[in-house]
Design a protein around this ligand. Sequence first.
Ligand code: EPZ
Length: 416
Amino acid sequence: MDAVRIYGGNCLSGQTKIQGSKNASLPILAATLLIDGTCEITNCPDISDVYHMLRLLESLGCVVSREADAIRIDTKGVAECDMPADSVGVMRSSIMLLGALLARMGEVAMEYPGGCVIGRRPIDQHLYTLRRMGVEITEGPEGFCARAGRLHGAVHELPFVSVGVTENLVLAAVLAEGETVIHPAAREPEIQALCEFLVSAGGKIEGAGTDRLVIEGVKKLHPVRFRVPADRIVAGTWLAACLCAGGRVFLEDAPCGQMESVLACAENLGVNLRRLPEGLLVEGRACKGLKEALVTAVYPGFPTDLQSLFMAVIAFSGHGGRIEETVFENRFRIVQELQKMGADIRVEGNRATVRGGRKLHNTIVEAKELRGGAALVVAALAAEGTGIVTNRHFIDRGYEDIARSLRDLGAEIELT
Ligand code: EPZ
């Protein structure tokens, strides 16, 4: 079966190593197209989204090999600019190949990338900003064709912060003619990792981690070896597991410096944290109520990707709480599933109110997308009885093996 079985109601105890960041790996893998030669990327997570990205690179003519946790990508043979629809459609991050391929090949034909249940996820800003850098884009019902000579720099004053648009523009600008300014740029650690990768390959990028990026186009980049940082969202997922089920866990390599908004929220919920150079020590469980609503925001605010996880935490905290989702328009899909477990949650627009004092019980629930699916597994750890979370393939997009990681932390859990 495509599911996870969880025997709930036990405290956690143990330690697990945090995998490499999915959302840093994907743009960095796309960025190898800008480099003629062989790059070696280490600490890439073994997840289906990385598999699909590597398949897309191979479909373009790259030679990809994997030795242990190192992925080697030789782009010398890149010749195609037509990507297989099944891999493009299945994950949104295929849009990141657009900027890189235009810079490398000058032409791309692709289907519209997959949206998902959390929102429409349009690409209007991707297309609008690339047009301003000299790209001609012809849109059809299923997809679009983009062509450009040498891209030229531009000053982009964006209407809102977008992680993907910032990444695409960096990839388009790093070999473009002249200077490109991106403001407000996304400040996520994944953007910083992408910029570090490109600078190590000879790119000229100022302002990584700030809301203003300035990229001076260069003629050529050279092959590099680069290590992907640990995944702050996966670390936040295992933190939420301990907040729900209680116990004492050590999260090796947890990037605490990139998680301050999440750690502050966890401490307000009553758990003890010790930020160590090697990782994060978590003791206790969520036992207090949040005085303020939990509001998601762009980095360094509370990450939208952990909103579902902390909805589960609040449902178990005994005190309830309020949540406001400001990034995506439909990211409360787990409410219906948590209600099947006995949670009392009211949704009004982009606000959810979780009532406290409810005993949750395990049952069969359905994952509908990546982070919501992980949140249901985390909730099942704390609920009474045996739970089943179906549609595990959504979870496998972002977690190497959710059962193995949680078993490391003492959970009774198995894939089925
Ligand atoms: C990235 O998605 C992440 N994905 C998401 O993680 C994450 O939730 C999101 O950033 C926000 O942090 C990857 O990095 C692969 P956005 P992205 O562009 O780039 C709207 C996960 O679980 N928008 O910052 O698609 C958009 O609809 C995933 O790992 C437009 O309207 O997010 C959203 O409402 C889920 N037009 C808002 O901007 C556009 O052209 C922010 O989205 C582009 C975006």
